[in-house]
Write a new protein. Structure first.
Lengths: 115, 203
């Protein structure tokens, strides 16, 4: 598997949950999420794709939105986790830790499961 | 760069995105366009002396409209051509009527298959317990059915669902093949990539 395609696959699999996790403690607006993700290597290549993602997660009931005034310009849509969103984060985390442990174990990384 | 020129670049970008979002439900389409146009406005307001290159850079970072639109097509459910009324056609009714005969195998396949959403699966699973009980009453184990040959229900469901999927996401079926072809497809086809993401093939 070419490494470039692999990175895309991995990113697409986790980005949704990373965004949900970023909303765990506080509601955020899209630009804010982009700003944080920008500093996370390789997580978000096309920044605009966060909006379809947020919109879909809203349609799925994982997040809901509220309007808040911005210091300047038009009001912003703030996204916050719903109960279902919180559950999704917890489930993902459990799954992810297990998955990571398995892979690390196979690769002989410290922290990986020894079999 | 003159302001009208800059505005026109932004307009063209949003127009292109708008037309590429065709087929996405109206509410989501408006939401995405609204958010992205606001994002552009906000980012532009933070550039003190905006040049042509600045704006192009900004739009490039946001991404090709096609890529953004593909992300909106991430799940088959939101990108349906007509309303889902066709899902409850005569074939589906027939499927539900047949389910009691093959409950166990039907349910297993139902939940194994990526072709249905949770709603379909719940319906498929919950409707037929009557049939399961009847099997038991006849002392014939309900799970002994040929999974490879495919129970009638599953086949009928496969047919309806794949037909509707084929219309909205031509590549959907190919995703199940192998990780190699997934990676290849992802590189060549953003729709496929979105679909792969939806199925969490990364795991």
């Amino acid at each position: 598997v070419p490494i470039e395609g692999l990175a895309t696959q991995l990113r697409k699999g986790v980005i949704e949950y990373c965004v949900l996790a970023m909303l765990r403690d506080t509601p955020r607006y899209g630009g804010e999420l982009i700003q944080v993700l920008r500093s996370q290597d390789g997580l978000l290549t096309s920044e605009g794709t966060i909006y379809p993602l947020l919109s879909r997660m809203r349609a799925e009931g994982l997040v809901d939105t509220e309007w808040r005034e911005a210091p300047a310009g038009s009001p912003r849509r703030y996204y916050r986790l719903t109960k279902a969103g919180q559950r999704a984060v917890v489930e993902f985390q459990r799954e992810w830790v297990r998955f990571r442990g398995t892979v690390d174990g196979i690769f002989g990384e410290p922290g990986g499961k020894q079999r | 760069m003159s302001a009208p020129h800059a505005d026109q670049l932004v307009h063209e970008y949003l127009d292109r995105l708008d037309s590429l979002l065709a087929g996405v439900p109206e509410r989501r389409r408006e939401e995405i366009l609204d958010e992205i146009s606001k994002h552009i406005a906000e980012q532009r307001s933070q550039i003190p002396d905006e040049s042509d290159a600045d704006l192009r850079n900004l739009l490039e970072r946001i991404g090709d409209p096609a890529e953004v639109a593909d992300a909106a097509r991430d799940d088959g459910e939101t990108v349906t051509m007509p309303k889902p009324a066709r899902r409850i056609g005569p074939i589906e009714v027939l499927a539900l009527v047949l389910t009691p005969l093959i409950w166990a195998a039907g349910v297993i396949l139902l939940w194994l298959s990526p072709a249905w959403n949770v709603r379909d699966k719940l319906i498929g699973m919950l409707v037929p317990p009557g049939g399961y009980l009847r099997r038991r009453a006849r002392r014939r184990p309900a799970w002994r059915f040929d999974a490879v040959g495919g129970p009638r229900l599953a086949r009928v469901f496969y047919m309806c669902r794949y037909r509707s999927m084929a219309r909205s996401r031509p590549c959907a079926v190919a995703v199940d093949n192998s990780s190699l072809s997934i990676a290849q497809a992802i590189r060549s086809d953003p729709v496929m990539a979105a679909d792969a993401a939806r199925r969490r093939v990364a795991f």
